[in-house]
Design a binder for this molecule. Structure first.
Ligand code: ZN
Length: 430
């Protein structure tokens, strides 16, 4: 501490220097403890190929840890049958396949799920005093995200601590994620030349809304929202032997949330056909609801196309929205049918409302105390995907995007701790 009087101390400099020294001391202590233990040097070790690997001396490797860098010597084994070499201690310590220690890996996962890899690297330096370059953050976060994705695929047990409410909601939505050019080469999209710059990430959200506001309308229950998202196909053809990747994801999330056991199940979406195709098959019992905002937006769009900017456009749209709200869907359909006869967009709108009419009985849904808006799902899309993956200048590979979305969703869903437990157990079991 030196002889300086308390008032003359630069406390910030002192804190920082002391933290560095304490970490350094701890790192040397742990390092020495691990390096004097040679019990891993057995004559042979079984190899994952089924063969027997021979001991071939000690090898030293530098690992980055939460305490700073450590150089660890470990017994190295070489398998003559498959040519593979490995250090069993790396597995024992959770260091296998990485140069980051488990605690540092967890920090990297936490920070990289929130901010860019570059910012992650800076924050790790500033907050934890550890040096992990942006490239290393990216590689490690991606590898961890892939483990999270495995965890998501393998765990279907119901979430602990979430009781089964009277009504559970399941909402699906999609949002475009900006891709690297090589990831979208040859894919049709919305660019003027017909090319694409994005891939659609699809999100499945489950939540409950047992609370009521002052007007008696259902309100999302805090802490009840879980998410899972990925860029993957939602289309299952009749000839496919199994469900599409995304349908399987939705099924897993429903199992974790016990959606199928809820006394009342509700599926919410915009008008997109894939949503109803997928959920109709998985949850035939569920009440299906088209987001009210999307339905109204559709009517406003049609009114502009029918009446341009004339004041009657607004009036027309508001009358139709009123019909929708008050449950006079047959009246609405007959007005649209009249437009459909001489107007292409009118025809498309009639089809949309006709096909979805049983999903737009808003007056009845309201009387039953049901949510008719996908606000929670859209906020989820922004939060789980947009806020991290759609920042300016970002371009993703499908693999990278899926891995960071997996990380983000597991954290936002309150499952990160469970993931670490699963990770530790599965490493121990291996
Ligand atoms: Zn082998």
């Amino acid at each position: 501490m030196g002889p300086a009087a308390a008032d003359a101390l630069d406390l910030e400099a002192l804190e920082t220097a002391l933290r560095r020294q304490v970490k350094e001391l701890a790192a040397r202590t742990v390092e020495a403890h691990l390096n004097q233990d040679h019990s891993d040097a057995t004559p042979s070790h079984s190899c994952s190929c089924g063969g027997t690997a021979r001991y071939a001396g000690r090898r030293t490797k530098r690992f980055a840890t939460a305490l700073g860098p450590m150089r660890l010597g470990r017994a190295y084994f070489h398998c003559g049958e498959c040519g593979h070499g490995f250090c069993p201690r790396d597995r024992a310590l959770g260091l296998e396949g990485s140069s980051l220690s488990p605690a540092l890996m967890r920090m990297v996962g936490a920070v990289a799920s929130l901010v860019s890899f570059q910012e992650s690297s800076q924050l790790l330096e500033e907050l934890a005093g550890v040096d992990v370059g942006a490239k290393q953050v990216q590689r490690s976060a991606q590898a961890l995200g892939e483990e999270v994705a495995d965890y998501e695929r393998q765990t279907r047990e119901p979430d602990d601590g979430l009781s089964l409410p009277a009504t559970l909601y399941l909402g699906l939505d999609g949002t475009g994620v900006p891709m690297r050019p090589t990831e979208v080469a040859g894919r049709a999209g919305k660019q003027p030349d017909g090319s694409s710059r994005t891939r659609e990430a699809k999100l499945c959200t489950v939540w409950s809304a047992e609370r009521r506001d002052a007007q008696g309308r259902p309100q999302r229950d805090p802490g009840s929202v879980t998410y899972t998202a990925a860029i993957e196909s939602a289309a299952t053809r009749d000839t496919d032997p199994q469900l599409s990747e995304f349908a399987q994801r939705v099924e897993r999330e429903a199992q974790r949330r016990r959606f199928g056991q809820a006394p009342r199940q509700v599926v919410l979406g915009d008008g997109a056909k894939w949503i109803w195709g997928l959920t109709g098959e998985l949850f035939p019992e569920a009440v299906q609801i088209v987001d009210r905002f999307h339905a109204k937006e559709r009517l406003h769009r049609l009114s502009k196309s029918l009446y341009a900017d004339r004041p009657s456009a607004r009036e027309w749209a508001e009358q139709r929205c009123g019909e929708l709200d008050s449950g006079r869907i047959e009246t609405l359909l007959s007005v649209l049918a009249a437009e459909a006869a001489h107007h292409e967009e009118g025809k498309a709108a009639w089809t949309y409302f006709h096909e979805n009419r049983h999903r737009m009985r808003y007056a009845r849904f309201e009387a039953q105390g049901l949510c008719t808006s996908i606000g929670v799902v859209e906020a989820g899309c922004k939060n789980a995907i947009g806020a991290r993956l759609k920042r300016s200048g970002m371009h993703w590979s499908v693999r990278g995007a899926n891995s960071i979305m997996a990380l983000r969703c597991v954290r936002l869903s309150g499952r990160f701790e469970d993931f670490w437990e699963w990770r530790a157990n599965s490493k121990a079991a291996a």
